[in-house]
Design a protein around this ligand. Structure first.
Ligand code: GLA
Length: 697
């Protein structure tokens, strides 16, 4: 007797479910690719366990919480103040090569749950879920998991990220929990810990090899990701948006959808999982012309002049920018009415009559006449109490009647759940985009939500962004929230870049950018050359090190070029030219991350045929001589020619020896590079060796 299966196979991984007519499908496998053949039904192999229910309740896609399933739930419902326990006695499973669709119905309560799993190009699985009320009475939804899935008993560790403003994406690794591990966001935005996501490493998994499950939720608000040990010795992962109590009440016929959860199951280590996530994100990105064009070099005015600007000062800055090769000039905060500091003006989206008496249109035209695109900073979801908008509509800010309304950076949050607020913001931004030749908006969000806005706030923001994108499809948008406080897949359909961090110190940026790329691709990672000393940390770094660290991302400059000495200015112009010549290889391709000996970290970008390799030495080396750097990603190349393009940083003072070996390109077999390693030149602290590799077979 063989089980009836539904399965998806990515080439690396398989997802196998056992279908039943009278209940949700059972989980059989989620790991390395398998050939199920004639698999016996799960029931034949499950012996009764002591102190268990007489009827076995194995793990399914929608296990019956409250009726024999004691693990985490995919659905928590309430009706008339009482817990509502759906029993999905009817199940229909349909499948194509790319999709499994599961329709579960409870004829007694009228609750219907539809779960879909799509196999995406690139190999990741995308989970989605929708619950509908087909009954006659209202149903409150307390929790709807986007995904609920098994993690094998061989799971070894959880990698996740936490962070704060100016210190995003600190990576931490913890052993699998003996009870439960939870990452829950309650700030109303995805937060400075980066996308809501986790990476689970199986025993022995590394960047380059081994079984890895990596999950990210496409959601920009509160979320919960949990990993719980069950008493059968394995773990169960769950992920979903967190609803506010009473927020989601479904009247008869109504339904609610969970945000998508994207799960990469990789047998090629963390880099394999990262590649699947990058592919999934690239499918979600909506470029103005349908495809990404080379990412233009930015100059952002913020750290060059903060709030202190007017048309003359900005024109002078733009001229200096154009001279070094900048392609897009972004006028940051401070351009609108009453905005001389962070105490006033948010909400009133017209130019300040003192700083810009003719509006920003003449400035935008002058910037464009210099051969650059013009971009503008906005923070639409916010309002200062000191603004015309707030004076007219104090009730438009999120508030709980009779309760405190805490400000942050002197601002409150507009209630995007209100259609009138969205209409006002659409009209204000639409008017700006119609009047001024703006090709780029930097869309900021500089505070946590208190009180919470719930999912209505997130969906309202998506709705506003979607309307603007539809009305102005050529305008690109950068997502920002005090640096990287809201960089997530939920926003990806509407934005084209994220501002990674307000901390532009290149030493700080190295781990931040590695965390960012775990889920999001480098072409949407804003990466700027900032001033030295860095404004966020006070530390100084060479121009070469700052530029080389920024180069793999969407490159930009955030300083006043006129304040650089002639040597640094010329060097920055050179780096801009270097970035322009290599960006086709850096973006839209593969990325590999790895670690070398003596504190070195590396990143390669491109293809196995041609790539750039950045070997980054942050702290000074402790060993007498550098050890070779193993590059597993080229293991299959017959021969690979590698040239040292430059060593960035460490130029000043006592010169490091550059051995004669690096005067010419060298050819190695892929197996040599993977297992013996690329010989490295000595590197000082805060320096980057950049190599160009080509498959020469
Ligand atoms: C946030 C952003 C900065 C800048 C300021 C302006 O902090 O992250 O880049 O735009 O707001 O107020």
């Amino acid at each position: 007797m063989s089980a009836q299966l539904a399965s998806l196979h990515s080439g690396q991984a398989s997802l196998v479910l056992e279908c039943r007519n009278d209940g949700p499908p059972l989980w059989r496998h989620l790991g390395a690719q398998v050939e199920p053949l004639d698999l016996a039904p799960l029931a034949l192999g499950r012996t009764p366990a002591s102190f268990s229910l007489d009827e076995d309740v194995p793990f399914s896609t929608a296990p019956p919480s409250g009726l024999g399933w004691f693990g985490p739930t995919c659905l928590a419902l309430r009706q008339n103040g009482q817990r509502l326990v759906p029993v999905f006695a009817q199940a229909e499973v349909s499948q194509t090569e790319q999709t499994i669709r599961i329709v579960l119905s409870d004829p007694v309560s009228g609750v219907e749950l539809v779960q879909s799993i799509d196999l995406l190009a690139g190999g990741a699985f995308c989970f989605s879920a929708q619950v509908s009320n087909r009954g006659a009475a209202a149903v409150e939804v307390e929790w709807l998991a986007s995904a609920l899935f098994p993690l094998a008993a061989s799971s070894a560790a959880i990698v996740s990220w936490h962070g704060r403003h100016n210190a995003e994406l600190s990576e931490c690794t913890e052993p699998m929990p003996q009870q439960a591990w939870v990452r829950e966001g309650r700030r109303g935005i995805s937060g400075h810990g980066g996308p809501p996501g986790i990476v689970v490493l199986n025993e022995g998994a590394s960047h380059h090899a081994g079984l890895v499950h990596a999950l990210q939720l496409a959601w920009s608000g509160d979320s919960r990701i949990a990993v719980e040990r069950d008493d059968e010795g394995t773990w169960i992962a769950s992920a979903g948006a967190v609803f506010q109590p009473g927020e989601v009440v479904l009247g008869p016929g109504a339904s609610v959808s969970a945000p998508d959860a994207i799960l990469a199951v990789s047998t090629q280590g963390r880099n394999g999982a990262m590649a699947q996530h990058h592919a999934a994100m690239r499918q979600r990105l909506c470029w103005p012309t349908g495809t990404m064009r080379p990412r233009p070099v930015h100059l952002n005015s913020w750290e060059a002049c903060y709030f202190d600007h007017d048309e003359d000062r900005i024109v002078a800055l733009a001229q200096a920018a154009a001279e070094i090769g900048i392609e897009r000039f972004i006028l940051d905060d401070g351009w609108f009415r009453a905005r001389n500091d962070d105490r006033a003006g948010l909400g009133d989206w017209s130019a300040d009559p003192v700083k810009y008496p003719q509006g920003v249109k003449p400035l935008a035209e002058r910037v464009r006449a210099m051969g650059m695109e013009f971009g503008l900073w906005v923070e639409p979801e916010m309002v200062n109490p000191d603004s015309e908008l707030y004076r007219r509509h104090p009730d438009w800010a999120l508030h709980l009647p009779g309760r405190p309304q805490p400000t942050a950076r002197n601002q409150l949050v507009l209630n995007l759940g209100l259609p009138a607020v969205r209409d006002y913001l659409f009209a204000a931004l639409d008017a700006l985009l119609r009047e001024v030749p703006i090709s780029y908006l930097k869309w900021d969000h500089n505070r946590d939500l208190a009180p919470a806005g719930g999912q209505a706030q997130v969906l309202g923001t998506y709705d506003l962004l979607a309307r603007l994108r539809a009305a102005h499809p050529d305008v690109e948008i950068e997502g920002c929230a005090g640096g990287g406080g809201r960089s997530d897949a939920g926003l990806i359909p509407f934005v084209h870049r994220f501002w990674t961090s307000d901390n532009i110190d290149a030493v700080s940026r190295v781990p931040v950018q590695r965390g960012f790329q775990a889920f999001l691709p480098p072409e949407i990672m804003g990466a700027h050359v900032g001033a030295s000393p860095a404004h966020a940390t006070g530390r100084s770094q060479s121009m070469g090190f700052r530029a080389a660290v920024a180069m793999p991302g969407h490159f930009g400059v955030e300083l006043d070029p006129r304040e650089l000495n002639a040597e640094d200015r010329a060097e920055l112009a050179d780096w801009i030219a270097v970035y322009k010549s290599w960006r086709p290889l850096l973006h839209g391709q593969s990325t590999w991350l790895g670690e070398g000996p003596d504190g070195l970290v590396w990143q390669a970008a491109g293809t196995t045929q041609e790539f750039l390799l950045f070997a980054i030495q942050v702290a000074p080396q402790k060993n007498r001589r550098p050890q070779p750097l193993r590059l597993p990603f080229v293991a299959d190349a017959k021969s690979c020619t590698i040239e040292l393009l430059r060593i960035a940083g460490g130029e000043r003072g006592h010169a490091a020896h550059r051995p004669a070996l690096y005067d010419a390109a060298q050819t190695f077999s892929g197996s040599w590079l993977a297992h013996a390693g690329l010989p490295l030149p000595p590197l000082k602290g805060e320096s980057v060796a950049i190599f160009h590799g080509r498959n020469s077979a």
